[in-house]
Write a new protein. Structure first.
Length: 236
């Protein structure tokens, strides 16, 4: 089975494919290009959960019957919660969380599950998370999907109060996981930290370093993901 990797933007997609010497084959899917690199099909699906979900769904639906996807990975850069995920480090999601999907009330934020419908969390396979963390040195923990990037201390505190132990935030993971869940394909989220979650300080961002870390991570984790799609997901 193949592995589908979904990033937000082409710079992240290219960081993944560089781990394998660049894309070997490019195939068009609605609204995007699939870049075949090593054992992966990699696409830049757009920023935000809606674009990520749409791109993932089209890619999954268009997979040849002879090459079905056994795993979908949401990958890219993101903000890390200090001090557990410093700039330049890697994180792997133990939970993929829709952190701002719900309702504001006089008593505070209520997640969509608290409203009595939908879901706000996907849980990646525990053995896969453990093996990826071991191979890459990534810090495991909840990764929050947000539609608005955090830019204040107050919002940072509110997120950590709602989701204790969160290691990072990004904008696509939940959308990718939601699309993957429809046909029953497991999802994983792997991020390189480009900035600290909190007040925006663009001069402190290290996007280049984070992209380099992402390339290194996929070079190290490729054997883990290949092995898992061949064997581990079929274990009871």
């Amino acid at each position: 089975m193949q592995v589908l990797v979904v990033t937000a933007v082409p710079a992240e997609r290219d960081a993944v494919t560089r781990a394998f010497g660049g894309a070997r084959h490019i195939r068009e899917v609605p609204g995007a290009e699939l870049h075949r690199a090593g054992p992966f099909d990699v696409l830049a699906g757009g920023a935000g959960p809606a674009a990520a979900a749409a791109a993932t769904a089209f890619a999954l639906a268009g997979a040849p019957a002879t090459e079905p996807y056994g795993l979908v990975v949401s990958a890219g850069i993101g903000g890390g919660f200090a001090p557990v995920a410093p700039v330049g480090s890697l994180v792997v999601a133990t939970r993929i969380v829709a952190a701002d999907l719900g309702a504001e009330t006089p008593d505070g934020f209520v997640p969509v599950t608290g409203l009595g419908f939908g879901r706000d969390t996907f849980v990646p396979p525990e053995d896969l998370v453990r093996d990826v963390a071991t191979a890459t040195g990534a810090t495991p923990g909840p990764v929050l999907t947000v539609s608005t990037v955090t830019g204040s201390t107050a919002r940072t505190s509110a997120l950590l109060a709602a989701w204790p132990g969160a290691v990072a935030e990004a904008m696509e993971g939940f959308g990718v996981a939601e699309a993957a869940a429809r046909p029953g394909v497991p999802a994983l989220e792997l991020r390189a930290v480009s900035n600290a979650v909190g007040p925006r300080d663009r001069e402190a961002w290290r996007i280049g370093d984070a992209l380099a870390a992402l390339t290194d991570a996929f070079g190290k984790t490729a054997p883990v993901l290949e092995s898992w799609t061949r064997h581990d997901r079929h274990r009871d």
